[in-house]
Design a protein around this ligand. Structure first.
Ligand code: CP
Length: 296
């Protein structure tokens, strides 16, 4: 089985993954689950959280991990992506965890597999980062499980964020009715995602239960479109004063990497309402759940 797009998962499947993640949180090391399986990590773009958490997840389940150094691989001698995949398939790789800048790379790999290997999207294109959105939803569920009655504000560069698009999908499937997208016009999505949009930060986060902050994805926009960091922080950076507009028990999330002093202040990032490092921790449990569900 594969994980290509957040939209491929329904509510029952998301809840199954929550149960599996809870199981791995209670007992992280279960090395019989993927014993004698090989998981290959193919990261064509940089990563800290996703790459390391998939590697730790696979090792906790007993898999052998093949972390291909693409810069030192024969792709540098113009070997194609498909020839690389098929070479690894010939060595009995059971799962490919893939990060790539192109939207359709994971589906392209799936369509051309010669074996029953699984493909897991570790973020691709500008639309989808399903494993991150699953761990985010799971982290909310642990603290505020009544999704139907939550107000969730996603703040920042939503237009270029792969996390935001997958999050919007999962949160809607889980029943969130008050889902707000907050940011300057240039960062709001071009397409109608059936969410309320706000360019005014204060109105956007007023009485929110969850404030999810996103980084400006400078690498995905023209230099001329990148806002000045100082004025962006003044208008859209989450500070302790602005956070007071949300509910007193609101939780603050960020998928990382953070740019402190741009979209979030250090006081908020390291403050008592921040659950950013719990997201990182849950990332390993959710990726264990995914590897168990898809590769076992
Ligand atoms: N959230 C996320 O995808 O982080 P990395 O780029 O470090 O994997």
């Amino acid at each position: 089985m594969h994980l290509i797009d957040a939209k491929d998962l329904n509510k029952t499947q998301i809840e199954t993954l929550f149960e599996l993640a809870e199981n791995y949180k209670a007992q992280p090391w279960q090395t019989e689950v993927l014993k004698h399986k090989i998981v290959s990590l193919l990261f064509f773009e940089n990563s800290t959280r996703t790459r390391c958490s998939f590697e730790i997840a696979a090792k906790r389940l007993g898999a052998a991990v093949l972390n291909l150094d693409l810069a030192a691989s024969s792709m540098q001698k113009d070997e194609s992506l498909l020839d690389t995949i098929q070479t690894l398939e010939a060595m009995d790789v059971d799962a490919f965890v893939v990060r790539h800048k192109e939207e359709d790379t994971c589906r392209y790999i799936v369509d051309n597999l010669k074996t029953k290997a699984s493909v897991l999207n570790a973020r691709s294109g500008t639309q989808t980062h399903p494993s991150q959105a699953l761990l985010d939803a799971f982290t909310i569920y642990e603290r505020k499980p009544d999704f139907e009655n939550l107000s969730i504000a996603i703040v920042g560069d939503i237009r270029h964020s792969r996390v935001a698009h997958s999050n919007i999908h999962f949160l809607k499937v889980l029943g969130v009715k008050d889902l707000r997208l907050v940011g300057p016009e240039i960062f709001l999505p071009k397409q109608d995602l059936d969410c309320k949009t706000y360019t005014d930060f204060g109105s956007g986060i007023k009485d929110a239960d969850v404030v999810m902050v996103l980084r400006i994805q400078k690498e995905r926009m023209a230099d001329t479109d990148v806002p000045d960091a100082g004025s962006y922080f003044k208008n859209y950076g989450l500070t302790p004063e602005k956070l007071k507009l949300a509910k007193p028990d609101a939780i603050v999330m960020h998928p990382g990497p953070m740019n402190r002093g741009v979209e979030i202040s250090t006081k908020v990032a390291d403050g008592s309402q921040s659950i950013i490092l719990q997201q990182v921790q849950n990332g390993v449990f959710m990726r264990q759940a995914l590897l168990d569900w898809l590769v076992k």
